[in-house]
Design a protein around this ligand. Structure first.
Ligand code: GDP
Ligand code: MG
Length: 168
């Protein structure tokens, strides 16, 4: 019997790897051309935290990443949030504060985490590690570098959010 269910929204600019991350975490797969129309609002996965079963419901956007294009239903009732940017997309990094504000405007102060995806492409990075650390500090967020492709740190991101939600 699952007692805790958490709605997690995954936000950030287009092509940073949000859909891939949800797929990877919930289905265990990585595909280069992820189909945008999966036909469901969210995918889910159950984990155990402190001996308790927790169901994480990961909500994907339908590829409409402009701030105002995402419907209120997407954010409604969200209890945790992944703020994602890409190692090789400077604009996606610079948009993080806007995404954070957008989420807070819709659902208030919820558990959040900062994610730098595509860390496998670090040789082509357009964001310095120090900048990311400074942003994380400024926004008071835990920061995880991830590679959905190499399956690096993806589990850790969602476990952290679940623990943060439960501990709050
Ligand atoms: P979204 O628009 O944020 O949902 O991004 P997608 O999940 O559609 O991913 C955009 C592209 O980035 C796809 O071609 C993915 O295969 C690719 N991608 C996602 N994660 C990674 C990663 O960790 N490393 C690399 N090299 N490519 C990735
Ligand atoms: Mg997507």
């Amino acid at each position: 019997e699952v007692e805790v269910a958490i709605k997690v929204v995954v936000v950030g600019n287009g092509a940073v790897g949000k859909s891939s991350m949800i797929q990877r975490y919930c289905k265990g797969i990585f595909t280069r051309d992820y189909k945008k129309t999966i036909g469901v609002d969210f995918l889910e996965r159950q984990i155990e935290v402190d001996g308790e079963d927790v169901r994480l419901m990961l909500w994907d956007t339908a590829g409409q990443e402009e701030f105002d294009a995402i419907t209120k239903a997407y954010y409604r009732g969200a209890q945790a949030c992944v703020l994602a940017f890409s190692t090789v997309d400077r604009e996606s990094f610079e948009a993080i504060e806007l995404w954070k504000r957008k989420v807070e405007d819709e659902v208030g102060d919820i558990a959040m985490v900062l994610v730098q995806n595509k860390i496998d492409l670090i040789d082509d990075a357009v964001v310095h590690t120090r900048e990311t650390e400074e942003l994380a500090k400024k926004l008071r967020l835990r920061f995880y570098p991830t590679s959905v492709k190499e399956n690096l740190n993806v589990e850790e991101v969602f476990r952290y959010l679940a623990e943060k939600y439960i501990d709050q």
